[in-house]
Design a protein around this ligand. Structure first.
Ligand SMILES: [Fe+2]
Ligand SMILES: [Fe+2]
Length: 193
C-alpha cells in the first residue's frame, strides 16, 4: 500500500496541539532512523510514528465511551487509567479514519504506551521512538537509552520498561499488567543473551 506521509502529517497538525505534533514528527523520524538501523520497513515505521498519538486528546470518559462504541475490550486497569487506551483507540481510528489496514502498523500503534511481551521489530521501534524522540523532556537515563536504542534493540526496550516501571512506582501510579509482563519477558531475553 502507498502512504502519503505529507497528508498524514497535515492531518495530525490539525488534530494535535503544537507540542504533541512536534513530538509526533519526532517519533516519525526516530522510527525511520531505527528502521534503517534494524532493517525494518521504513515507511511502515513512519506511518505508525506520525499517527501513534492521534487519540491522545479525548478525556477519560471519552476514551472509555469511544472504546465501547468500537468494541475495544477495556481491562480494569484501563478503566482506572483511561489514558492507557489512547494507543488502542489510535489504531482503531487509523483504520477507520485514515485507511490504514496494515495490521503490523496498527499493532505497533496499539501497544506504544504499554509495550507487551514478544513485540515485533516494528512494535519495539515505535515503543522506543516514543520514549527517545528528540523533543522529549530530559529524564534520568534518557541519554543512555538514546544511545542504546541504536546498539541493542532488546536491551533498550528492557531498560525503557524498567525506567517506566520505576517512574510509575515512584509516582504511585497504577501499573498496567501488560507493562509488567513485557518487563519480565525482556528481562529474561536480556539475561539469556
Ligand atoms: Fe502515546
Ligand atoms: Fe507519544
Amino acid at each position: 500500500m502507498e502512504y502519503d506521509l505529507l497528508e498524514l502529517q497535515d492531518a495530525m497538525r490539525k488534530v494535535l496541539k503544537p507540542k504533541r505534533y512536534l513530538h509526533s514528527l519526532g517519533v516519525q523520524f526516530t522510527c525511520a532512523s531505527l528502521a534503517m538501523r534494524y532493517e525494518c520497513d521504513i515507511m511502515k515505521a513512519q506511518v505508525a510514528g506520525i499517527l501513534h498519538d492521534l487519540a491522545k486528546y479525548y478525556d477519560a470518559s471519552e476514551q472509555i465511551s469511544r472504546c465501547e462504541q468500537n468494541n475495544i475490550p477495556i481491562s480494569d486497569i484501563e478503566r482506572k487509567q483511561p489514558y492507557l487506551l489512547h494507543g488502542k483507540l489510535a489504531a482503531c481510528y487509523a483504520k477507520s479514519e485514515y485507511g490504514i489496514e496494515d495490521e503490523e502498523i496498527l499493532q505497533a500503534m496499539a501497544y506504544h504506551t504499554t509495550g507487551k511481551p514478544d513485540m515485533s521489530k516494528l512494535e519495539k521501534i515505535v515503543f522506543l521512538a516514543d520514549y527517545i524522540e528528540p523533543s522529549r523532556r530530559m529524564i534520568p537515563g534518557l541519554t543512555e537509552i538514546r544511545k542504546l536504542a541504536f546498539e541493542d534493540l532488546d536491551l533498550a526496550v528492557y531498560t525503557t520498561l524498567k525506567n517506566t516501571l520505576n517512574y510509575l512506582k515512584s509516582n504511585g501510579q497504577t501499573i498496567d499488567n501488560t507493562t509488567i509482563e513485557a518487563y519480565e519477558y525482556y528481562k529474561d531475553i536480556v539475561g539469556n543473551k
